[in-house]
Design a binder for this molecule. Structure first.
Ligand code: GLN
Length: 550
């Protein structure tokens, strides 16, 4: 597209958790499929500088980008939908905004002025929004504003949008996502909360151009006109967003509703081809019409909160579609897994995935699950802490190192088979100080990893402080656990495999962050494939297919 970058803002009203991230990603997908270049950014109104220090119970998974930013899980959706990497610039928090402003103030950059929310904080917000546009590569920058309009925390962001809109005129558009609650007693969808929410936005000086209405039921005739009348928008700019079977249906539903059409029209862009979603539809066809099914146990300590393992769940779904099989996930709480119940809990599993994590809680259950997978020859994928636990398990139960441990769990471990990285020893601050982002990994000829990736070297994303202790490498190798992926420079072990096992892979990095609809991750694809061909075993009461959380 020739001309200036267009800025689209997505705000939320009425309640949180309406799925602004999915709507943003779906619109971006539609624009991308029309041939435009698009990126999506998330503005988070909390004071943490990034979500890296947040407990998953607070905020779900922390997503990590190639450039090592610890970000909101919505960036995972952006990447999975668009198949292009995001970066630090795609996630900005109030904490980061204030940190920058305060740093500048200390440097004397404000030349003696009183530093205030308006204009200094709002200018910093505007600078971050436009930084992506200034790269000159995007036709559209879609900015999702976290929180709900009316929150105290969101005010500076809405004010920044008001100002940008004034400055940019037709290059700017605001989409407001609201909820139409359904009253069962009268069988009606109610528009009042939407009206109030738009009034709230108006009181802050922002008139939305498009309203996307989340609803459980179809909006009956006249409802769009009614909302249009009360909220100063065109009836065709009132878009219904019905609850979907899967988040991956949403781009198609938004296309049917004409969201991309109305957005382009309002931005004065004409003549672009209809979105080509053939590849996307092909994915959905495979996803929805599986030929078989495979039972995977996901062992972690946050399983009651599925958002904590968002990217892993999605990567398994992508891999399932690729294999034309339905992945049934049984979420197994690592704290509740014991030698006595392991058979009952994991007995019917065709694949066992041990999740990443921090700290001691649930470690014994993870090690138990790995012991079971190793001895029963069940395909196993261990990610980060899951890989470290596999190393500990092998040390204890095969190499006879009964005191094998990670120094994260026991600082004085007699056999510190997993140890803190040299570069981490002097680190004091917790935020943003782990080994983060993409690092190269050279793959050993003849290994599962080398075969699965089909390449000699890969780049994968990291988020950890501890590593395989190379002092034990030779013993492990002799015993049958080999390092099949190693950082070519630092020699840090990135992948371990077992020689005498059908499919046992532990990775120090996080392959789940790289899996997208267009490019399912090869390790997940191969893991699901191996699991699919693993004996049927005894049913373990695995839940039905995980419903997509919209
Ligand atoms: N806690 C481990 C470490 O810091 C593993 C981290 C993870 O699983 N992401 O090395």
């Amino acid at each position: 597209m020739t001309g200036s970058t267009k800025y689209i803002f997505v705000t939320g009203g009425v309640t949180s958790s309406l799925g602004k991230g999915i709507i943003s990603a779906s619109l971006a997908k539609l624009l991308q499929a029309r041939g435009f270049t698009v990126t999506i950014q998330k503005l988070d109104p909390y004071i943490n500088v990034d979500p890296g220090t947040l407990n998953p119970y607070e905020h779900g998974e922390c997503f990590v980008t190639d450039d090592g930013a610890e970000t909101d899980l919505d960036l995972g959706h952006y990447e999975r939908f668009l198949d292009i990497p995001t970066s630090q610039a795609n996630n900005v928090t109030t904490g980061r905004i204030y940190q920058n402003v305060i740093r500048k103030e200390r440097e004397g950059a404000y030349l003696g002025k009183t530093v205030q929310v308006i204009p200094h904080i709002t200018d910093e917000i505007k600078r971050h929004i436009q930084a992506l546009g200034r790269k000159g590569i995007y036709d559209f920058v879609i900015t999702e504003v976290g929180g709900t309009v009316g929150d105290i925390e969101s005010l500076p962001y809405v004010e920044a949008i008001r100002q940008l809109r004034w400055e940019k005129g037709r290059d700017c558009l605001v989409i407001h996502l609201t909820l139409l609650p359904f009253l069962g007693t009268t069988g009606e969808l109610k528009t009042k909360p939407t009206q109030h929410s738009v009034k709230e936005l108006l009181s802050l000086g922002v008139q939305p151009d498009v309203l996307v209405c989340r609803t459980e039921h179809a909006m009956g005739p006249g409802l769009k006109d009614k909302i249009a009348l009360f909220c100063n928008v065109d009836a065709k700019a009132v878009v219904e967003s019905r609850d979907a079977e899967t988040i991956y249906d949403v781009p198609l539903l938004m296309q049917e509703e004409g969201l991309d059409e109305v957005v382009l029209e309002k931005l004065g862009i004409q003549g672009s081809p209809v979105a080509d979603l053939d590849q996307w539809k092909d994915f959905l066809r495979r996803y929805k019409n599986p030929e078989g099914e495979v039972r995977i146990c996901l062992v972690g300590k946050y399983v009651e909160l599925k958002d904590a393992y968002k990217s892993i769940k999605e990567a398994l779904e992508h891999a399932g579609a690729e294999n034309e099989t339905r992945v049934q996930i049984k979420w197994v709480h690592s704290e509740k897994l014991t030698p006595r119940n392991v058979q009952k809990q994991l007995g019917g599993a065709q694949g066992i995935l041990v999740a990443p994590g921090f700290g001691h809680r649930g470690i014994d259950g993870k090690i138990e699950a790995i012991h079971f997978a190793r001895e029963q020859g069940i395909p196993f994928l261990g990610i980060c802490l899951g890989m470290q636990c596999a190393v500990i398990e092998f040390g204890r139960n095969v190499l006879g190192l009964s005191a094998a441990n990670s120094t994260e769990m026991d600082a004085d471990a007699k056999d510190p088979v997993i140890d803190i990285m040299e570069a981490q020893k002097s680190v004091v601050d917790k935020g943003g100080t782990m080994r983060l982002g993409a690092y190269p990994c050279a793959l050993t000829e003849g290994s599962i990893a080398r075969r699965v990736y089909g390449r000699k070297q890969v780049n994968e994303r990291h988020r950890h402080r501890y590593e395989f202790n190379n002092a034990y490498l030779e013993r492990y190798h002799q015993g049958g656990m080999v390092a099949s992926g190693v950082n070519p420079k630092s020699k840090l072990v990135e992948i371990v495999e077992l020689k005498d096992h059908p499919w046992f892979v532990g990775v120090q990095f996080h392959p789940e962050y790289r899996s997208t609809v267009a490019s399912p991750h090869p390790l997940f694809v191969a893991f699901v494939k191996a699991a699919s061909s693993h004996g049927t075993g005894v049913q373990a009461g695995i839940e039905g297919k995980v419903k997509a959380e919209n």
